[in-house]
Design a protein around this ligand. Structure first.
Ligand SMILES: NC(=O)c1ccc[n+]([C@@H]2O[C@H](COP(=O)([O-])OP(=O)(O)OC[C@H]3O[C@@H](n4cnc5c(N)ncnc54)[C@H](O)[C@@H]3O)[C@@H](O)[C@H]2O)c1
Length: 473
C-alpha cells in the first residue's frame, strides 16, 4: 500500500475515535451515509414546529427541579429559590451530601417557601424517576457535558421546559436530536449562557443595536482560563470528568462563553446573518502533561493519560455575510483570564478585558480619537448613555445577589420572568446549538489539518424568520 493510502487509513481511524457526531459533515464518511444524514437533518420531522420565537403558555408558579448540584448546579438552585414565582420541587445528584446541602440552602434562602423538596441521590438514573414522579415545569441541568443531551431530551419528553449548562451537547447528532424533540414537544430548550447577561456584554449589545459602531465586520471571542487546578478534583467535581475531555479531544471544547455575546451582537441565526463555516488549528499539547508529571506521582491516573488536546485552539468562523469571528480556547496556559469580547464595526471597536471603546464619531464631545481607547472618565459617559435597560433595572440587585458579577442572577431572573409572562426566552434553542456546534466542528477541522467545516443549519432555513433579540427593558 502506498504511503498516501496508509496515511488516509490512519486518518479515517483517527476520525473514528471522535465518535459518530463529530464526524458529521466530515469528508471521510461514506457518500451514502452522508446523504442519509443530510436528508434527515434538512427535513423537519412530521408534527414538529419551528421554535425560533417560541413562547409557551404563561405559568404563575414555576415548579423547578435540578439535576446535578455540584459546583455550578448548587448555585442555580439556591438563587432560583430566591426568585418570586419559583417553587423548588426536586433535587437530584449522584451524591447524597450534595443533594441535602442544596436542599438546605434552598430552604434557608427561600425563607420558608420551599418545604417539599423531593431528593433523589445514589444512582445515575434516578433523574428519570424524578421527572416521572415530580413532573416539574422546568428542569435545570448542570451535570458533565455528555449527560446534557439525554437529560434535556427526556425532560422535554416528560413535559418539562429544559435548561442545560454550557455546552448544550457535545456532538452535532445530539444537537439535532435535541432540536427535533423540542420542536415536537413544543417545550423550551435553552442552553444557559450566563455571559450574555454581563454588564459589558449588555452595554455592547445595546450599542451595536443603536448603530454606534456602524456595520459589524469582525468579532473576537474566547475562553482563556487556566483551569489546570481542576485536576486536583480526582474523584468528584469538574476535574474528575473534564480532564478526560482535555485528554481525549482536540479542538475548542468550550466556545460558548465568548461566542454567545458576539453572536448576539451580530444577530447570527436571527434574520440578518448566520454561521457559515469555520477553520481551526490547535497548538501542541504540552501543558497538561507537564502539570501532571510535576504534581502527581508516576503511577497517578493523570500520568497515564495521553493528553491530545492542544493547549490553545484558534479558529476562524465565517458568516453568510462574510463577517469573521476569531474564537480561542485555552484552559491550560499560565495566562490571565479573558473572553476577549471584541466587536469591530465600520465606526468603531468595543473590546473586553479590560473594557475598551474606540469610536470614530464624537459622542457628547468626549470620544473624538479612534486611534486610542477611551479613558475612565470618557467610559463613564458611554455607560451613562448606553447602559442596557435590563442592567439598569436589575444591576444593583444582581450585584448584591452575586454569581459571576451578577450575570448569573440576571439570567436566572429572566428565565423565570419569561416563563411567567409567556414570552420568548432571550436565547433560543438554535442559538444554544450553533454556539455549541463550534466544539465538534473544530475537532473535525483540527483532525483534518484545518480543513473548513460547514455549520449545520439546525433551523432548517427558518433562522431568517427569527426576530433579532430586542433590547429588553
Ligand atoms: N456558566 C458557567 O459560568 C459555568 C461555570 C461552571 C460550570 N459550568 C457548567 O456546569 C456544568 C457542571 O459543571 P460543574 O463544574 O458544576 O461540575 P461538577 O462535577 O461540580 O457538578 C456536576 C454534578 O453532576 C452530578 N451528576 C453527574 N452525573 C449525574 C447523574 N447521572 N444524575 C444526577 N447527577 C449527576 C455530579 O454528582 C456533580 O455533583 C458543566 O456543563 C459546566 O461546563 C458553567
Amino acid at each position: 500500500m502506498s504511503k498516501l493510502k496508509d496515511s488516509r487509513r490512519d486518518f479515517i481511524k483517527g476520525i473514528g475515535i471522535l465518535g459518530a457526531g463529530a464526524a458529521v459533515g466530515c469528508i471521510s464518511i461514506n457518500k451514502e451515509e452522508k446523504e442519509k444524514n443530510i436528508t434527515r437533518m434538512s427535513t423537519r420531522p412530521k408534527g414538529a414546529q419551528y421554535m425560533g420565537d417560541f413562547s409557551a403558555p404563561s405559568l404563575e408558579t414555576v415548579r423547578c427541579a435540578f439535576i446535578g448540584v455540584g459546583s455550578r448546579g448548587s448555585g442555580h438552585a439556591s438563587q432560583f429559590a430566591q426568585i418570586d414565582g419559583v417553587e423548588i420541587v426536586a433535587i437530584c445528584d449522584l451524591y447524597e451530601d450534595l443533594a441535602i446541602k442544596s436542599r438546605n440552602e434552598c430552604k434557608e434562602k427561600g425563607a420558608g417557601r420551599h418545604q417539599n423538596i423531593a431528593l433523589y441521590h445514589g444512582d445515575q438514573n434516578l433523574w428519570k424517576k424524578m421527572l416521572k414522579e415530580v413532573r416539574p415545569d422546568a428542569v435545570f441541568i448542570a451535570t458533565p457535558w455528555g449527560l446534557h443531551a439525554p437529560m434535556l431530551i427526556t425532560a422535554m419528553e416528560e413535559g418539562a421546559h429544559a435548561f442545560a449548562e454550557v455546552p448544550i451537547a457535545t456532538t452535532i447528532e445530539d444537537m439535532y436530536k435535541i432540536v427535533d424533540v423540542s420542536e415536537k414537544t413544543q417545550k423550551h430548550c435553552m442552553m444557559m449562557e450566563n455571559v450574555n447577561y454581563g454588564r459589558e456584554e449588555l452595554l455592547y449589545l445595546n450599542m451595536c443595536r443603536q448603530g454606534v459602531i456602524g456595520d459589524l465586520l469582525h468579532g473576537e471571542a474566547a475562553y482563556i482560563h487556566d483551569l489546570r487546578y481542576h485536576m486536583e478534583e480526582q474523584e468528584r467535581g469538574a476535574g474528575s470528568w473534564r480532564t478526560y475531555h482535555n485528554a481525549n479531544r482536540n479542538g475548542n471544547l468550550y466556545p460558548t462563553h465568548g461566542l454567545g455575546p458576539v453572536a448576539q451582537y451580530m444577530n447570527l441565526a436571527r434574520t440578518e446573518d448566520n454561521f457559515s463555516r469555520l477553520v481551526s488549528f490547535s497548538s501542541p499539547a504540552i501543558g497538561r502533561k507537564k502539570y501532571a508529571s510535576k504534581y502527581y506521582g508516576k503511577d497517578h491516573k493523570w500520568n497515564k493519560l495521553d493528553f491530545k488536546g492542544g493547549d490553545i485552539n484558534t479558529s476562524i468562523i465565517k458568516t453568510n455575510l462574510g463577517r469573521t469571528i476569531m474564537v480561542q480556547w485555552d484552559e491550560t496556559s499560565p495566562r490571565p483570564y479573558s473572553r476577549l469580547n471584541l466587536i469591530q464595526g465600520t465606526k468603531g471597536t468595543l473590546a473586553g478585558f479590560p473594557t475598551r471603546v474606540a469610536l470614530l464619531e464624537d459622542i457628547k464631545r468626549v470620544t473624538n480619537d479612534h486611534h486610542g481607547w477611551l479613558d475612565e472618565e470618557q467610559l463613564q459617559v458611554i455607560y451613562e448613555k448606553y447602559e442596557h435597560p435590563l442592567y439598569k433595572r436589575l444591576g444593583t440587585l444582581a450585584s448584591a445577589m452575586g454569581g459571576h458579577g451578577g450575570k448569573d442572577f440576571i439570567m436566572r431572573y429572566r428565565i423565570i420572568e419569561c416563563l411567567r409572562n409567556g414570552t420568548p426566552l432571550d436565547q433560543n434553542l438554535y442559538e444554544g446549538c450553533f454556539w455549541s456546534a463550534v466544539a465538534p466542528l473544530t475537532e473535525t477541522s483540527v483532525a483534518q489539518n484545518g480543513m473548513p467545516q460547514e455549520f449545520p443549519d439546525f433551523t432548517r432555513g427558518d433562522w431568517k424568520k427569527t426576530k433579532p433579540l430586542k433590547i429588553i427593558s
